[in-house]
Design a protein around this ligand. Structure first.
Ligand code: KIV
Ligand code: NA
Length: 277
């Protein structure tokens, strides 16, 4: 399959074919997404929790995200690669956002950067798109703001807040956003926002009316059980299957079943006799 690019994604969008996105955090998870045929891979700051074991995404540093992004880029050369700018790496000024985005593109090999927030991000989106850096603003439920929002809460449940989301999306599109990510938004609100835009929306917990879908890979593989949100569908149970595989290895080493002759290298009898004489 050919390298996924923004024009190809826009063709898919124009043809009303859903765009697929999944997160990855290292070369292996990137490779699996690539070989599964996924259109776009997101190096999301959720890797702070699922890959680094941190309490929240706000703890991760830009350099950690760059490091993981570069690993994913090596493992997943075909999908379009989007990376999160983490909390604290873009809020202070347009200059700070530019510096972080350039670092993510140059050293992380990201093809677009994502950051959380509404119309207040327009100056950043405008500046970056002017310099050819694609942006994916993330609106609705924004985990980086979980302290001020009082946790992970679905957004746009009132007419007024749904209108705010729509206005944010329209402003960000006008500023030059390449795509818009909608998280934790009622399905009918996400559908209206998608219909009003001329750029694709990627949804998570936003129903089936968005232009595409994204899930956190470790979550959809059943590898994270701290909590399971309503929007999540689990397609595997790697905590169970992988843990039991490792447990089997552990017990086979203890019992002497592994390694067998089959898993061992041989030496010719004559050489061995000379060695031990
Ligand atoms: O960090 C992440 O994985 C994300 C997705 C949930 C959209 O931002
Ligand atoms: Na994120």
């Amino acid at each position: 399959a050919p390298k996924m690019t923004i024009p190809r994604l826009y063709e898919m969008y124009a043809a009303k074919q859903p765009i697929t996105c999944i997160t990855a955090h290292d070369a292996l998870s990137g490779r699996m997404a690539d070989e599964a045929g996924i259109d776009t891979v997101l190096v999301g700051d959720s890797l702070a929790m699922v890959a680094m074991g941190l309490e929240s995404t706000s703890e991760i540093e830009l350099e950690d995200m760059v490091y993981h992004c570069r690993a994913v880029a090596r493992g997943a050369p075909r999908p379009f690669l989007i990376a999160d700018l983490p909390f604290g790496s873009y809020e202070q000024s347009v200059e700070q956002a530019c510096e972080s985005a350039i670092r993510m593109v140059k050293h992380g090999r990201a093809e677009a950067v994502k950051f959380e927030g509404g119309r207040e991000l327009c100056p950043i989106v405008e500046r970056l798109s002017k310099f050819g850096i694609a942006t994916v603003p993330h609106i609705g439920l924004t985990p980086q703001r979980q302290i001020s929002t009082g946790g992970f809460k679905v957004q746009g449940k009132t007419a007024a807040s749904a209108k705010e989301l729509l206005d944010d999306a329209l402003a960000l599109e006008k500023a030059g956003a390449t795509m818009i990510l909608l998280e934790g938004v009622p399905d009918r609100v996400a559908t209206v926002i998608t219909e009003r835009l001329n750029v694709p929306t990627i949804g998570i917990g936003a129903g089936s009316g968005t232009s595409g879908q994204v899930l956190v890979q470790i979550d959809m593989l059943g590898g994270f059980d701290a909590f399971v949100p309503k929007f999540l569908k689990r397609y595997a149970n790697i905590l169970e299957t992988h843990t039991s595989a490792i447990a089997k290895y552990h017990s086979e080493v203890k019992s002497g079943e592994f390694p067998s002759k089959q898993n061992s290298y041989s030496i010719k009898d004559a050489e061995f006799e000379k060695f031990t004489e």
